[in-house]
Design a protein. Structure first.
Length: 68
C-alpha cells in the first residue's frame, strides 16, 4: 500500500469524523442514519491514519504532493 493521501485530505477526513461523532453524542443524529454515519467516521479515521484510500487506487488518484 503506497500512501495516496495528502495532509489536507487527512485533516478534512478527521474533521468530518469528529463532527459526526459530536453530532451522535449530542443526540443530533440517531437511528439508521447515525449508524451509517458512524461507520463512515470510522472509515475516515482509519484511512487518515494509514494515509491510504482504497477508492483512489483504481483511478490512480493521489492527493499527496509529488516527490522531486
Amino acid at each position: 500500500m503506497r500512501p495516496n493521501m495528502g495532509t489536507t485530505d487527512k485533516v478534512v477526513r478527521i474533521l468530518a469524523a469528529v463532527i459526526i461523532i459530536t453530532l451522535y453524542f449530542t443526540h443530533q443524529i440517531s437511528g439508521i442514519a447515525a449508524i451509517i454515519l458512524l461507520i463512515f467516521a470510522g472509515i475516515f479515521i482509519i484511512t487518515s491514519f494509514l494515509s491510504f484510500c482504497p477508492l483512489y487506487l483504481p483511478f490512480d488518484f493521489s492527493t499527496r504532493k509529488k516527490e522531486k
